[in-house]
Design a protein around this ligand. Structure first.
Ligand SMILES: Cc1cc2nc3c(=O)[nH]c(=O)nc-3n(C[C@H](O)[C@H](O)[C@H](O)COP(=O)(O)OP(=O)(O)OC[C@H]3O[C@@H](n4cnc5c(N)ncnc54)[C@H](O)[C@@H]3O)c2cc1C
Length: 411
């Protein structure tokens, strides 16, 4: 019988499995999909590789930087030269002060939460907190948009404590740390972030197209999959909590309150050249009230993010209408040349059955449902269980390393 079966060939499960193999354990990784990488997926548009899922490495993420170096995956700084566009009501001095003050108050709470664990009973939604504490509409809109982009969640259904706790675990509004090699605060991986997963998968046995349906723990763990039964001394469940909940027997009891998926749609429009630079724009643009909340340039590609409530029903709409709406938003921002890209592509993570969204976030009153302690022979990994950088690649690595350590210590 093998020592460990890892369910989930995302970054977290693969890091866990390679750690175990390096320590001499026998391991098998299984995944429901027909590919490895989970929320890391590289695609192409106009012949250029793009990250359809997770993309950027930030400062203050030592595990991700070390893993990329170890695997020989190079990274390049995200270009930011030029001006960013803010499609907001005119931002007078008063709005700027109000935003800075609201952020300062949130930052103080983040600081407090880093020292004293929050009490669930005092939770409310971020939108409710903003309505109570910030009368300036621009300040509210800016903070809400920032939260939508980070959590892919509607601020009206986002737990304030989860919001504060996540920022406390990710270095606040502006994570600190030295600039990444070659400069820049964010880097992208050459050839796409999925390369990290495909390179790790070369080092461990992986069985694809094998959805796990239930776990039966006794002296070992029996693993029931769509393609037959497997057994292992220990099992690691390495996936978002809302998918782990669907595996019968994974949790000792169903958690009372549930994390929810954050829908996000990434839309790519490729052009022959970055024409927006001619007018001094960087390609970065934000709009708190538009379909496209944020736009980022990846060389001659504009990446538009549709998040929160607008993203929830996105794929039910007519594809031509969706494309026209996104290109319309880009045209408003960068002029007529944005209307006719060489190619256009969108990926809706909210309808992906094996991701169920971007990252899991919590509604008010649902703190502390993320399980990271093992129960019996079943262990938990996945970015959502990380202490630092939950929701990010960095967190996925931390959680995978921790689950491997638990298993090695139990041998
Ligand atoms: C659009 C988008 C943008 C993002 N941007 C960034 C970014 O810029 N920077 C950053 O650091 N992070 C980003 N992230 C988050 C990052 O991608 C994730 O934190 C990370 O990839 C999660 O890895 P994981 O292994 O924890 O989970 P996953 O990658 O979700 O892996 C879980 C695996 O479990 C499998 N699985 C699920 N259920 C079963 C089952 N029953 N049986 C078998 N297998 C199952 C799934 O198929 C999947 O492969 C982004 C994510 C998305 C979607």
């Amino acid at each position: 019988m093998i020592d460990a079966l890892v369910v989930g060939a995302g970054l977290s499960g693969l890091v866990c499995a390679t750690r175990l193999v390096d320590a001499g354990a026998s391991v098998l990784v299984v995944d429901a999909r027909d590919r490895v990488g989970g929320r890391l997926l590289t695609g192409t548009i106009a012949g250029r590789p793009i990250d359809l899922g997770g993309q950027w490495m930030s400062v203050g993420q030592p595990r991700l930087a070390a893993l990329a170096t170890k695997l020989g995956v190079a990274s390049v700084p995200q270009a930011r030269d030029g001006n960013a566009l803010f499609g907001l009501p005119p931002r007078g001095m008063l709005s700027r002060l109000a935003t800075a003050f609201a952020q300062w108050r949130l930052a103080r709470r983040i600081e407090h939460i880093s020292h004293a664990p929050p009490r669930d009973a005092h939770d409310l939604s971020l939108a409710a907190w903003l309505a109570e504490h910030t009368s300036n509409p621009t300040a509210r809109a800016l903070i809400a948009m920032h939260a939508e982009l980070v959590f892919a969640a509607d601020p009206a259904s986002l737990s304030l404590l989860h919001y504060l706790r996540t920022f406390a675990a990710t270095g606040g509004f502006a994570p600190r740390g030295p600039d990444l090699p070659g400069g820049g605060r964010e880097h992208r991986f050459v050839g796409g972030a999925q390369t990290l997963a495909t390179k790790l998968a070369e080092r461990v046995p992986v069985r694809l197209a094998t959805p796990v349906r239930s776990l039966v723990a006794g002296d070992a763990v029996e693993v029931v999959t769509d393609t037959g039964g497997l057994a292992a001394r220990r099992v690691v469940v390495a996936m978002p909590p809302q998918l782990a909940r669907r595996i019968e027997g994974a949790f000792p009891a169903a958690p009372s309150a549930a994390s929810v998926s954050g829908p996000v749609v990434k839309c790519f429009a490729a052009y022959d050249r970055p024409f927006w630079r001619d007018d001094g724009w960087s390609g970065e643009a934000y709009r708190p009230d538009g379909t496209v909340r944020a736009t980022v340039a990846l060389e001659a590609i504009l990446l538009a993010f549709v998040v929160g409530p607008v993203a929830a029903g996105w794929s039910a709409r007519d594809p031509d209408e969706r494309r026209a709406e996104v290109l319309g938003a880009l045209t408003e921002q960068f002029g007529d040349r944005a209307a006719t890209p060489l190619d256009y592509l969108e990926v809706d993570w909210g309808i992906d059955p094996w991701s169920a969204g971007c990252v899991a976030s919590l509604p008010p009153g649902a703190l502390a449902v993320t399980r990271r302690e093992p129960h019996g022979r079943i262990h938990f990994a996945g970015t959502e269980t990380a202490e630092a950088w939950p929701g990010y690649m960095e967190g996925a690595i931390e959680a995978g390393e921790r689950a491997a350590r638990e298993i090695l210590e139990a041998r």
